[in-house]
Design a binder for this molecule. Structure first.
Ligand SMILES: Nc1nc2c(ncn2[C@@H]2O[C@H](COP(=O)(O)OP(=O)(O)O)[C@@H](O)[C@H]2O)c(=O)[nH]1
Ligand SMILES: [Mg+2]
Ligand SMILES: [Zn+2]
Length: 390
């Protein structure tokens, strides 16, 4: 059985959706408009009562508007969710890496129209928007407070509470395109601890986008940038986390351990990069927010590649060789990005201001890899050609 869809609430895969009426009862699926009808609908003049099929047909279509699709666990799917392709993006990193802080700042920027110069508009599904506002945006962006550490998933059946965003891109002369992007926190501990892998790794089984978040303080040469407890983590655990992640992504696709993960996108964030600006060897100009425009994208991606190479060199020089080898050898052509979600350190639990830098680039790479935006300049073909095949 092909399992085409993934629920944005419980991340369960399913093939056919069930439907539910406004009273919460399961009902038959509504009549699907034909492909032709969906294509021509935008050009139709509003229907007058005189045309457009029988009374029964119109009544059925009217009912359809009040029906919602639900997943096998009964979660209501956002409107038209099943009509769009879905990319599930897992944020992977040990506690304290900046996953929650990064995601909050990223979604806030998207919401504020940061991708408008690329003709991309972004909308959060209603259920996600409520949780996002209360748990993330209000505390961090408005109150400027440090976010509380996200609790680990401890029980069977718990969901990592994903946040779902719809991206729409209109380019002149072409039909609008849209995708669902479902972000979730795939906390690295549960990836690292063998006993948790089977239980919680299942969420990563459905992920086709990965954002790895690495704080500088775990690298031996960058211990001065460590937050409390960070330098004692060492690199063995994050390295094992990446090895397990790579194995899991392959086994989810029935691939051998050294196979290329062709349909997976991966970007790697060197987080809290504001702490590195005073470091003499840090390529400070890699922490940047370039101007966005469709015409400038290929150039931007070439710079992403170049900066990625410089950041890899920087981390290797600071004791990260083994980790970088695991990263570059096992994930599909990942790009490394310097990111500061907040722009500064919190003091007494508060940030003086939230001034993000470099937050959008890792996402742009994922959007390009999933062909939502052109990927010229990223040179994936080149990387594929160089991949050692076994
Ligand atoms: N200086 C600086 N500190 C950050 C940044 N992002 C996160 N932090 C610090 O790292 C802590 C943990 O971040 P959090 O997002 O909760 O990590 P998570 O466990 O990966 O979700 C925060 O409370 C901040 O103290 C950043 O961009 N700059
Ligand atoms: Mg967190
Ligand atoms: Zn569900």
């Amino acid at each position: 059985m092909s399992r085409d869809f993934v629920c944005p609430r419980c991340l369960e895969r399913f093939a056919l959706s069930a439907w539910q009426n406004s009273a919460g009862q399961r009902v038959a699926p509504p009549p699907r408009p034909t492909a032709w009808r969906r294509f021509t609908d935008p050009f139709r003049v509003p229907e007058s009562p005189a045309d457009g099929g029988s009374m029964e047909q119109r009544a059925a279509l009217g009912d359809a508007r009040r029906l919602t699709a639900v997943c096998p666990n009964g979660h209501r799917l956002p409107p038209d969710y099943l009509e769009r392709p879905t990319v599930v993006v897992g944020l992977v990193g040990l506690t304290g890496a900046s996953k929650s802080t990064y995601l909050t700042v990223l979604l806030d920027l998207l919401y504020a129209g940061a991708l408008a110069p690329l003709d991309i508009s972004v909308e959060m599904d209603e259920e996600s928007a409520d949780r996002f506002e209360v748990n993330y945006r209000q505390p961090l962006m408005v109150d400027k407070r440090q976010l509380p550490l996200t609790p680990l998933l401890l029980e069977e059946g718990q969901s990592p509470e994903p946040l779902t965003v719809v991206f729409r891109r209109s380019s002149r002369g072409a039909p609008e395109r849209s995708i669902n992007v479902v972000f979730f926190d795939a906390s690295g501990e549960q990836l690292y601890r063998k006993e948790d892998l089977g239980r919680f790794g299942k969420f990563l089984y459905v992920a086709s986008g990965i954002i790895v978040v690495l704080p500088p303080g775990i690298f031996p040469g960058l211990a001065s940038a460590a937050d409390p407890g960070e330098s004692s983590i060492g690199l063995a655990r994050p390295t094992q986390m990446l090895v397990n992640l790579a194995d899991l992504l392959r086994s989810a696709r029935g691939l051998k351990k050294d196979a290329y993960l062709a349909d997976v996108s991966a970007s790697v964030i060197l987080s809290k990069a504001d702490k590195l600006l005073s470091h003499p060897d840090f390529p400070a100009d890699a922490l940047r927010d370039p101007d966005l425009s469709p015409a400038a994208l290929p150039r931007l991606f070439e710079e992403v590649r170049a900066n990625s190479g410089r950041l890899v060199d920087f981390l290797e020089a600071n004791g990260g060789s083994n980790l970088l080898t695991a990263l570059l050898g096992r994930l599909p052509d990942p790009t490394v990005h310097a990111v500061s979600a907040t722009g500064s350190e919190p003091t007494g639990g508060r940030y003086p201001s939230i001034a993000p830098r470099g937050v959008l680039e890792p996402l742009l790479v994922l959007l390009a890899r999933h062909r939502f935006i052109p990927r010229e300049g990223l040179e994936l073909e080149q990387a594929l050609a160089e991949w050692p095949r076994g």
